[in-house]
Ligand binder design. Sequence first.
Ligand code: PEP
Length: 247
Amino acid sequence: MPRLFLGGNHKCTGTIGSLKTLLAQFAEKSIPEDIDFVVAPSMMHLPLAVEEAKAPIQISAQNCYFKKGAFTGETNIEQIKDIGLEWVILGHSERRHVFGESHELIATKTKTAIEAGLKVIYCVGETLEEKEAGKTEEVCAGQLEAIGKVLTEEQWKSVVIAVEPVYAIGTGVAATPESAQSTNAFCRKWVSEHVSAAIAKDISIAYGGSVKPSNAEELSRQPDIDGFLVGGASTSPAFLEIMEILV
Ligand code: PEP
C-alpha cells in the first residue's frame, strides 16, 4: 500500500520569523506517524527548519546539484545530507520551465541523490498547451522515462511521484478530481509496465497544483491520489487542515 504523503513547498518565500511561527503552529498539532509530513523551506532556512521542526515533521530541500565544486549558487547533495536532511524535491515545473532544467540533468540529480541515501519527490506534469493538445500522458511518460532509464528497481523505492499539472500550479485552479485521478492512474500504470507491479502497488503518487482545504477532500478520495504536494497553502495553518482531510 502506498504511504500517505503531504509535502509543503515554500518555494522562494518566507523569513526566519514566518518559518518559526509556522513550525510552532505545526508543533501544537499531533501529526500521525503513518503520513510523510514533509516541509520544504528555502535553502537559506533549511538549518533553522532542522533545528526547529519537531518529529515526525520532516524537512526537504527544494533542489540540489549532483556535484560539488565550482558551481556558484548551487547546493550539493553532501551538504544537504550534512545538515541531516532525507528529502529533496527534483523536477519541479519551476525548475524545468523557469530555469530550463533538462530531463538529463534532473535524472542525473535524481540518481545521484538516491545513491547518496536521499528520498526524492519527483515532479511531473503537463502545461496547459500540452493538455489541450491531448499530450498529458505523453509528457508524463517522457518525464518518468527520464528517471526510468537511470534508476534500478530498488532505487524507485526512494521516489515519491508528485503529479503537478503546470496550469494548476499557483493559479488557484486545481485540476478536476477526474483529471488528476486519470493522470495519477496513468503514472502508476507506467511504473507497473516499466519498473514493476510491486513498485507500482507501493509507490506514493501525490497530486499538486492549487490544493487547499476546499478541494482537498474530493481530490483525496481519488484512488490513485496518495497525498499532495502543496505550494501556497503550505505556508499557513491551512496545511494542517489539508493534513486532517488527508489522514
Ligand atoms: C507547488 O509549488 O508544487 C505547488 C503545487 O504550488 P501551489 O499549491 O501553490 O499550486
